[in-house]
Design a protein around this ligand. Sequence first.
Ligand SMILES: [Zn+2]
Length: 250
Amino acid sequence: MHQYKYCKAITSSDPTAAYHAAINERPSNGASPGNRNKRSVGEHTKYWQPGKTLKIVIVEYNEHSFATIKNSASKWLPYINLQFEFIELDEQTMLAATEFLGDIRVDFQPGLGSSGSSLIGTDSRTGSPDLPSMVLGTDFSSPYYESLVVHEFGHALGLGHEHQHPDAGIPWNRAKTYLHMANTTRFSKAEVDANVFPLERSASRVYTPYDRHSIMHYQVLDELTLGDWHQPVNLHISQGDIAAVRAIYP
Ligand SMILES: [Zn+2]
C-alpha cells in the first residue's frame, strides 16, 4: 500500500497583491538578473529578504504538532540566510486576526494524512490574515511526515515543484495520471496541470539544473509513466536543493 504525499502549491488568487507583496519584501523579486524574459504582473519571484527573521505561526493541535513542525522546518536553516521564529497560537487567536500574525501561518487538517499545501514564498503575505498559508495533515508518526513539512516549507521559501522543471523530461502517461490523481487526492484536471506536469520556463522561478532527488520532487509511480521511469519519495534536502536555496538566500 502506497502512502501518497502529493502536495498542492498554491498561487495567490490576487496577482496584483502578490506582486506588491513580493516587491515590498525584496525589490529584486521584480528583476532577477540574467533573466531576459518579459515580465508581466504574475511573473516575478517570491523570495524573502536575506537576513530576515521569518515569523512562523503554528496553530495548536496536539502535544506533537509544534515540535514536529519546528524540527522539520528547521532542516533548511543551515543552508539559508534567514532565521525562523516559531510561535504557537490557539486557533481562536488566529481566526480573530486582522493583521498577519506570522509571515507563514500553519494550520492542520486531519484528513490530509501526510500531505499538505502551501502558498509560495511572499504570496503568504496576501489574502486574509485569519487564514493559514500552509495546511498540513496530522499523520505525525508517518515515515513521510518530516519530508512533507520540509517540502511545504520549501514552497514557503519560494520554491516550486522540481518534477515540473522544464528539463524534467518525465515520460508521464497523462491519461493515467489524471485518473490516479483524481482517485488518490481528488485533484481536478486543472490542479494536475498546475502541480504535476512540466511547466514552461517562467520568470517567476530561478532555475538550477533539474534534480530528481530534490525534496521538491513528487514521488513518481512507474505505472504512471511510459516505459520504465519512476522516482521514490525523496526524504531529505538534496545537494541540488542546497545549491538552489544558497543561491536564493546568500
Ligand atoms: Zn509541493
